[in-house]
Design a protein around this ligand. Sequence first.
Ligand SMILES: Nc1ncnc2c1ncn2[C@@H]1O[C@H](COP(=O)(O)OP(=O)(O)OP(=O)(O)O)[C@@H](O)[C@H]1O
Ligand SMILES: [Mg+2]
Length: 384
Amino acid sequence: MSDDLKEFESDFATLAKLAVQQSEEDVRLLLGRLVRKYRQRHPELAEQLNLSLKSIQTRSGSGALRRESLSEQAPGAGVPLDRDSRLELLKEFDDRGGMSVPLLPSGLLRQVESIIQERQARETLLARGLAPTRSAILVGPPGLGKTMSARWIASRLGKPLWVLDLTTVMSSMLGKTGANLRAALDYAKRHSAILLLDEIDSIAKRRSDESDIGELKRLVTVILQEVDHWPDTGLLLAATNHPELIDPALWRRFDAELRFSAPDTELTVQAVRRFLGPDTEALGQWIDTIATSLKGRSLSDVERAVTTLRRGHALRHAPDEELVSAMVGADLGMKSKVERLTLAVEMAKAGKHTHQEISRLTGVARDTIRKHAGPSPRRGRGMK
Ligand SMILES: Nc1ncnc2c1ncn2[C@@H]1O[C@H](COP(=O)(O)OP(=O)(O)OP(=O)(O)O)[C@@H](O)[C@H]1O
Ligand SMILES: [Mg+2]
């Protein structure tokens, strides 16, 4: 009986927790499981639980257990709208059909994966009195995969990602913003959504205007409360490029902090390979050159540069070397003389191109390259 008692205790505690969170959908799922579990050993208890389960199902009018999502409803049904702009405050990304894993430094990828795993093993955690990570803030410069990682998390958890763009919310008249924000957050919460508050700093940015301060404070309070009370059946994510603008009180509330930083060379090489896609073979010999030239740039910049190159290659605008040269050239316009020399020397040391080719690509004189990198390899291009 003592084992039974332990199980009762744990199930009872879980049920109480879900009831307090008012996550009816999960109460239903749990009741269904408990009915099956106790049917043999405790038929009377199972029957009582079954009656409660049926009454929930009748009340909510859904005959079957079903996870709701925006896309399963009539288009736009009940999605909160900003009255002025009529823009949907919540946008949906549905990647449940599958998407590629974001390219991230290994430590960051582990953090992302553990958020997913905790959610998948939620009940194991709950049984031990632990909750999975309920909220996380994604911080870092543009184009490094913050939004993409949020989409990845949602896709792996079999849910769409809902995005609340706070610049849209803020663009509506401030007086109504609090109500708009609360409506959207409530809606997402009721649906146990994975919600991304994008550009969460846009609230803080408006603080400079003195007359808005009272209202903005109220907005921050609304968000603070939501972060605190977000159900652990959903997930609240926030993204920002400006961590310095975030109210420390808000910052502290997030369970996890995911920091995105500029990719290292290895990650840039991987990105170039991925973005070359079906042209990886045809343009393969330029991968290191492209990656070296785009070192330190965001992955969305890398994607754009590689896509431009692929277009030129597909339409045979020019020989590949010239296309790569144009790509590097466009990038060089943004580089200082020293950076160009560094690039030329790195390329020379990689030994895949002759000094003549490197000189054409980077505009650095061959003599200068030789002085810094030693003699040119005999055979350049095509060396693997
Ligand atoms: N880590 C990554 N792995 C693969 N592709 C990436 C990555 N980061 C960016 N990209 C590419 O760049 C695009 C834009 O990235 P994303 O929107 O995720 O950036 P972000 O960090 O959210 O930027 P912002 O701060 O401007 O919102 C992605 O759709 C993807 O094509
Ligand atoms: Mg983004």
